[in-house]
Ligand binder design. Structure first.
Ligand SMILES: Nc1ncnc2c1ncn2[C@@H]1O[C@H](COP(=O)(O)OP(=O)(O)OP(=O)(O)O)[C@@H](O)[C@H]1O
Length: 342
């Protein structure tokens, strides 16, 4: 079921007599219960796009429909009600520093006029959900970054939203804490069926929890689709750059470069789907084409839609053997890209 529908949405800011087109003619459909990611570099328009979803920004053109709400046609009062169903978490948590964990989480319930006993029961439930039992009376300054974001998540869930918007929610956290927060978001999505829209400049975040992704560049959504499909067949150069954040992390690149200097053969990157797909293909390749294959580097990324692997190999053989080897690989649904010739 479709939950979010953006039709031809644009946002132009006027700044000192100049127009800044932050979001340009974006069409986007997000299904109920999915984790949808928007990836792009700084300035691409991601924050503006996500703020258009809860009408923190009003579109210059286009329409925004969320659940049954035509967001632009709502009265102020109806918009306030609709916003309760669209919650948000932030990079810097935006907690109230003078309130305890308990009172931060209770805050949106107070605003919504929920009675005290009901409020306390709900806060306790949320504290358990996000794994903060025992920290109810701490102040935000006494918490780690990951714990602060857990408070942010609990507070965002207080009024049972339909959608959770995450604006660079893990960008201020170290990799281990990032993983634990992404796991929590994944659990919440599974347990509550909550629809999550997250924006990030980090493709590993998309890889870990999103089922679909949109890539933004210069205000445009330049590509969107199922995460595994985008990993397998990125259409745009910028998407390839993002995919490489996962498949060729910097330390792996360095290792490849060092090996490239020493390799006698032709270095080829194989990309394949499925955990084991690479192994039999390589041994069959050696047998069928009578070439020597050295494995240089391998990497498998798990996405929500399945696994995706890349394998760097160096192949030694004459020109004909090499051509045969590439044809053989392609005939086995493995993509083969020549990285460097000896
Ligand atoms: N309120 C505003 N007034 C004027 N220009 C704005 C405003 N908000 C955003 N912009 C401009 O719109 C463009 C897109 O900004 P946006 O913050 O949406 O990008 P982003 O992809 O989220 O980047 P970042 O991660 O750095 O926030 C930028 O050129 C930015 O300067």
């Amino acid at each position: 079921m479709l939950l979010i529908h953006l039709n031809n949405v644009s946002k132009t800011f006027q700044l000192k007599g100049q127009s800044v087109e932050a979001v340009k003619n974006v069409d986007l459909d997000i299904e109920k219960g999915e984790v949808f990611g928007v990836v792009g570099y700084s300035g691409a328009g991601k924050s503006t796009l996500v703020r258009l979803l809860n009408l923190l920004e009003t579109p210059t053109t286009g329409t925004v429909k969320i659940a049954d709400y035509e967001m632009l046609n709502l009265s102020n009062r109806a918009l306030r009600a609709a916003r309760q169903e669209i919650s948000m978490i932030f990079q810097h948590f935006n907690l109230l520093w003078s309130r305890t964990v308990h009172d931060n989480i209770a805050f949106p319930l107070e605003v919504a006029g929920v009675a005290k006993s009901e409020r306390n029961a709900r806060v306790e439930e949320l504290i358990n959900l996000v794994g903060l039992k025992g920290r109810e009376d701490s102040y935000p300054s006494q918490l780690s970054g990951g714990q602060k974001q857990r408070v942010g998540i609990a507070r965002a869930l207080a009024n049972d939203p339909k959608v959770l918007l995450c604006d660079e929610a893990t960008s201020a956290l170290d990799p281990k804490t990032t993983s634990s927060i992404l796991e929590l978001l994944h659990d919440i999505n599974q347990k509550l069926g909550l629809t999550i829209v997250l924006i990030t400049h980090e493709m590993p975040v998309i890889q870990k929890i999103c089922s679909r992704v949109a890539v933004m560049e210069d205000g445009n959504v330049v590509e969107q689709g199922n995460v595994l499909d985008v990993f397998k067949h990125p259409q745009q150069e910028i998407t390839r750059t993002f995919v490489r954040q996962v498949t060729d992390p910097d330390d792996a690149n360095q290792a490849i470069e060092e090996q490239l200097r020493e390799e006698k053969g032709t270095v080829i990157r194989l990309t394949f789907v499925g955990g084991d797909a690479g192994k039999p293909v390589v041994s069959e390749l050696i047998r069928a084409c009578d070439v020597t294959v050295n494995i240089l580097q391998g990497n498998i990324a798990q996405t929500q839609n399945g696994s995706y692997g890349s394998l760097f190999v160096s192949i030694e053989g004459d020109e004909k053997q090499l051509q045969d080897a590439i044809a053989f690989l392609q005939g086995h649904q493995v993509e083969a890209e020549v990285i460097s010739d000896a």
